[in-house]
Each structure stands twice: as structure tokens, then as C-alpha cells.
Write a protein that binds this ligand. Structure first.
Ligand code: SF4
Length: 263
């Protein structure tokens, strides 16, 4: 099972998750990170299930909900409690990532609320494709949104992810209307996301929002290739080289020209 059409058909199945008992969700894993999933030291929960199939995805093990583990919010909170001292270093907190956390909006909302109640900083890492599933309460319990805008061109976005760009842009505008603190993530892939006019489309869009603190320009890498092999999948970008420093600098400069801080 590995043609692009088959992979995308599998992604469509994820939009119809099985009914879940209250207070539970399906996760792939949790991990600790510093500096990449929000400010400070983070406890990162990787939820399972994603309706996109990005060609550069580094977490294919999170694609299908059926491959994950059902947990209760209480279990996750107990685990978070063990690392509280670590995650509070340098203004850290908890990041709900994936997969796509908004595929399980009730679980994600409850987890974020419980973290807020516990006095922890919260971040939501999302493609925004299912932004309509995030109600206002969920967003009120989210201190920071890490929003992937994978291309500024609808056709390139669809080729890259298998999905439409517009829901992500709609979610970004809603976050702007709410004044929600947001970091945008943009993965730079030579030949796929580096076209100057497509980068400029992202830069112009972000510049018009007013709530985005910065854009993370993340150079594509191939570290997940081995993981794909273990899962019996073909890594579609195995032959694509990571961007060189000149290309990365050019793209960051394109954001800067529009008045957007890019790091
Ligand atoms: S949205 Fe994230 S988890 Fe889903 S396929 Fe894309 S990169 Fe992977």
C-alpha cells in the first residue's frame, strides 16, 4: 500500500474516527523537547490520526488512529505531573501535537483545559485543516498556536498534502480576529515549497494577520526515511536534498521584506 492515491485514500478514512469514550483519546507517544515545540522546555503529546499526507512528513507513525494507543486525560496529566519541574524551565509548558490534534477535538480540548487549570502554558501544533473543529473554549485554553502553512499556492499545497489550503487560511484569519498568539511554521523543501512567488504568498498573507510573532522556516531533512522503511512505506522525498544555506537565507529574507520576522 504505497501509491500516492492509496495513501490519500487512507487519509480520508481518518476523517471518520470511531466514537470515543469521554475523557479518552488516541495518542502515538509523548516526549520532551526544548526550543522547537513552543517556548522553553515542553512536554509534547503526539496524538494519532491525520487527514493530511504531507510528502515530507516526519511522523508517519501518527497517521492512522488505529495504530495508536487509547489513553485517558487523567493518564496524560499524571505523566505530565512527573515532569513538571522540567517543563517549567524557561517558561515551558505542554504542546499538543500529532498527527492532527483537532481530529480529536474533545480530547484535545479537555487536555488543554486541564493543563491550563494546572497553571501550565499550553500550545497547539496544527495544520489548521480542521480548524473549524476547534471551538472558542478550546482556543481560550490555548496560549499559543503553532500553525503550519505549508505553501501559499493552493495547487502546490494540494500536491504536497493531498488537501485544500483554504481551511488553514480561514483558521489563521480566525486566530487573527481573536488576537491569538501564533507562530507559523513553514517547511522549506527544494523544488516543492521554494518557488519565490509561493513563498511570497505566505509572507504577504502572514504580514496581513497581525497576530503572528514569527515564522519558523524549517529546512527539510530526511531523518525520517528509516522510519518509513520500518513501517513498510516509501519515503517520497528520499532523493530530495535539504536546502542549502543560500536558499534558506533567501526565503527568510522574503519574509523579512514583508515585515515578517523569520527565524
Ligand atoms: S499534517 Fe503533520 S502529521 Fe499530518 S501528514 Fe502533514 S506533517 Fe505529517
Amino acid at each position: 500500500m504505497n501509491t500516492r492515491d492509496e495513501v490519500l485514500a487512507q487519509a480520508a478514512d481518518e476523517l471518520r474516527p470511531p466514537p470515543a469514550p469521554d475523557g479518552t483519546g488516541v495518542i502515538s507517544s509523548w516526549d520532551l523537547s526544548v526550543g522547537v515545540d513552543g517556548p522553553g522546555s515542553r512536554f509534547v503529546v503526539f496524538t494519532c490520526g491525520c487527514p493530511l499526507r504531507c510528502l515530507y512528513c516526519q511522523n508517519p507513525e501518527t497517521w492512522r488512529m488505529r495504530d495508536g494507543r487509547r489513553v485517558t486525560v487523567d493518564e496524560v496529566m499524571a505523566e505530565i505531573g512527573k515532569y513538571r519541574r522540567f517543563i517549567e524551565v524557561a517558561g515551558g509548558g505542554v504542546t499538543v501535537s500529532g498527527g492532527e490534534p483537532l481530529l480529536q477535538p474533545r480530547f484535545t480540548a479537555e487536555l488543554l483545559r486541564r493543563c491550563k487549570d494546572a497553571g501550565l502554558h499550553t500550545a497547539l501544533d496544527t495544520s489548521g485543516f480542521l480548524g473549524d473543529r476547534a471551538d472558542d473554549a478550546l482556543l481560550a485554553d490555548t496560549d499559543l498556536v503553532l500553525l503550519d502553512i505549508k505553501s501559499g499556492d493552493p495547487e502546490a499545497y494540494r500536491a504536497l498534502t493531498g488537501r485544500d489550503l483554504e481551511p488553514t487560511l480561514r483558521f489563521a484569519r480566525r486566530l487573527a480576529d481573536l488576537g491569538k498568539r501564533t507562530w507559523v511554521r513553514f517547511v522549506l523543501v527544494p523544488g516543492l515549497t521554494d518557488a519565490p512567488e509561493h513563498v511570497d504568498a505566505v509572507a504577504r498573507f502572514v504580514a496581513g494577520l497581525g497576530n503572528v510573532e514569527h515564522v519558523d522556516v524549517l529546512p527539510f531533512h530526511r531523518m525520517a526515511a528509516e522510519k518509513y522503511g520500518r513501517l513498510g512505506l516509501t519515503f517520497p522525498l528520499a532523493d530530495v536534498r535539504p536546502p542549502g544555506p543560500d536558499l534558506t537565507a533567501r526565503v527568510r529574507a522574503q519574509f523579512a521584506v514583508r515585515g515578517v520576522t523569520a527565524i
